[in-house]
Every structure is written in C-alpha cells, then in structure tokens.
Design a binder for this molecule. Structure first.
Ligand code: SAM
Ligand code: DTB
Ligand code: SF4
Length: 318
C-alpha cells in the first residue's frame, strides 16, 4: 500500500480520515523531559543515551513544583495533554511512586496525562493507572526486522510486554515509531503492520521523523524522501482509522507545506511548545500561524473523571 500512486494513497487516507475524525481539528500535546540523559540503553537515534557524546547533560528527576509550572504553562498555551518523559530503561518502584505523584498533580491542572518512562512491570503499570495516568507511551520504534540494527539493550518483546501491562491496567496506549533511520520501505510497512496488529490499535500513534543528533550512531543517515514520510502517515491512517496519528518529532525540520500534506493524509495530533525532550520543535507562534493559514482548530478534549487523591490535589491547586 505504501507504494500506491501518491494521489490514490492520499485520497484513500483522507477519506478514512474524514469518516472517523473532524479533518480540521488537531489535538495538541506538550512534552516535558522530567528526567533527562544518562540513559543506560543504546538506542542508536537517541541523544539521551549515556554512551554517546551528544552534549546532553544528565539531570535528576524534576521537582513537583517545577513540573507543575510547566504543566500550567502548557495548559495556558492551549495544550490538552501533557506528556512526561524520563530517560530510564525501566524505573525503580520508588521512581514510579514519584511519577505517580506528578501524574496526579498534572491531572488537577486539567490536562490529560501521558508518561514515557521505559519498561513497566504489571504492578508498576497498575500504580500509574491508579494515579490517573491516561496514556502510556511505549514505541515499537521500528519494524521487528530492523530492530536489531537500532537497539540491543531492550528486546522487541519487552516493548510488547510493557504495552500489555499498560492495557491491563486500563490505560490507553500511545505507540508508534521513527522513520528515516535507514530502513527500507518494506520495513516501514512492517512497523505499520505490527502496530495495526497489536491486540488493540494504540489510541495514539506517534510517527516520528528521525531528528539527527550529532554524536549518535544515526547522525549522517541519508535523509528520507519527504513524500515517503507522508506515505507513512497515510498508511497509518488507513490501517488504524480511529486512532489519533501524531505528527511527532521532526517538525522543526519540515516545511509548512509538508506538514499540511501530513494533516491531509490523516495526522491529527502534534507536539506543541518550543522543545520536544532535548531537541527543538517549532515556535508556538509559528504553529498558531500555520493552524490559522490551514483553518485548523485545536481539538477540544473532555477529561475523563478519575479519582484524584485529595492531598496531592490540594498541593497542586496551591
Ligand atoms: N526512555 C523511555 C523509552 O525509551 O521507552 C522513554 C523516553 S524515549 C526518549 C521516547 C521515544 O522518543 C523513543 O521511543 C523514540 O521513539 C523517540 N525518540 C528519541 N530520540 C529521537 C530522535 N532523535 N528522533 C525521533 N524520535 C526520537
Ligand atoms: C514520541 O513518539 N516522540 C516523543 C515522545 N514520544 C516521547 C519524543 C521525541 C524525542 C525527540 C528527540 C529529543 O527531543 O530528545
Ligand atoms: Fe534511553 Fe529511551 Fe533514549 Fe533509548 S530512547 S536511550 S531508552 S531515553
């Protein structure tokens, strides 16, 4: 399907998009790196892996107050979801307890919550679910056939296990991958097929275009044809029609025209705010202008009501 004539592929994807979504509404998430760098894993794309010299300074877990300041600013800027990322392979139980506190507090600000803190055991997933975490992000990153070229410190199956624990804990999954890492078209198809064949479609599917960071093994990879990126979005939309497809990392290096094609092909979510985790993202003013030029409205999101522990709620409201 990835190889269909471009117009045919986009027509099919756009029809699916319209059948399932408001084609002029885009959901807005803001990312925050709550624990940066020093990661023991070897993901070949990642500036936060301790073993590569990328200039990213390792930092400790952010305080509750500092995270709340960022969450309130994200809400004021129009985000509806706040995604917290930590450069861990798998968090310790005491780390999960701290993340649970952050989740709880961010919910009180009135934002949907998402976290991506590495592999989770079943009890850890339950703990985060109980704290009110709406989404957990665990990407497959690439096709099973290409995975061994990119990551050696975490198995593909480990990712599937974490996703299962997340689903069992009643949370929504955010799961996608990265393209532009030197994979073939067939391997991009393999990633999309694997995502679509998960026990349920991830509610949120981030499609990242590799952000090449000096010092990582993938710096200098041949750039992916931009139309191939649009095709990837289109096939994600066709295979997972009801999911939110996020035009994720890599927007800072994309033209407005390329982003517009991605929205037409079925992308209906973005990361908003000047920073992703450690790398840049378009300015808020630029994104607002782009939305206005395309007639796109930020998507309104209803928060699910879940229990929020009173002690943390009081702290967050202060
Ligand atoms: N450490 C946790 C993990 O890997 O599960 C969570 C944070 S990790 C940075 C989250 C995701 O960011 C990765 O799975 C990958 O898809 C994406 N990512 C990291 N570096 C990237 C880059 N240079 N370009 C595009 N996506 C990237
Ligand atoms: C996702 O799929 N992409 C985001 C989020 N989930 C956590 C991360 C992108 C990171 C880009 C590189 C960086 O800023 O460090
Ligand atoms: Fe660590 Fe996640 Fe980066 Fe891999 S992607 S090196 S696990 S922070």
């Amino acid at each position: 399907m990835l190889g269909l004539p471009f117009a045919d592929l986009l027509a099919r994807a756009h029809a699916k998009h319209r059948a399932h979504h408001d084609a002029n509404a885009v959901q807005i998430s803001t990312l925050l790196s709550i624990k940066t760098g020093g990661c023991p894993e070897d993901c070949a794309y990642c500036p936060q892996a301790a073993r590569y010299s990328t200039g990213v300074k390792a930092e400790k877990l952010m305080s509750l107050d500092a995270v709340l300041d960022k969450a309130r600013a994200a809400k004021a800027a129009g985000a509806t979801r706040f995604c917290m990322g930590a450069a861990w392979r798998s968090p310790k139980d005491k780390d999960v307890a701290k993340v649970a506190e952050l989740v709880n507090a961010v919910r009180v600000v009135g934002l949907e919550t998402c976290a991506t803190v590495g592999m989770l055991s079943a009890p850890q997933a339950q703990r985060l679910g109980a704290a009110g975490l709406d989404y957990y992000n665990q990407n497959l990153d690439t096709a099973p056939e290409y995975y061994g070229q990119i990551i050696h410190t975490r198995d593909f199956q480990d990712r599937l296990d974490t996703l299962e624990h997340v689903r069992e804990a009643g949370m929504k999954t955010c799961c996608g991958g990265i393209v532009g890492m030197g994979e073939t078209r067939e391997q991009r198809a393999g990633l999309l097929q694997t995502l679509a064949n998960l026990p349920e479609h991830p509610q949120s599917v981030p499609i990242n275009r590799l952000v090449q960071v000096e010092g990582t093994p993938l710096a200098g990879t041949a750039l992916l044809d931009p139309f191939e990126f649009v095709r990837t979005i289109a096939v994600a939309r066709i295979l997972m029609p009801a999911s939110m497809v996020r035009l994720s990392a890599g927007r800072a290096e994309m033209s407005d025209e390329l982003q517009a094609l991605c929205f037409f092909a079925g992308a209906n979510s973005i990361f908003y705010g000047e920073k992703l985790l450690t790398t840049g993202n378009p300015d808020v003013a630029h994104d607002q202008a782009l939305f206005a030029r395309l007639g796109i409205e930020p998507m309104q999101v209803e928060l699910e009501s879940r229990t929020v522990h009173a002690d943390i709620a009081a702290g967050a409201a202060a």
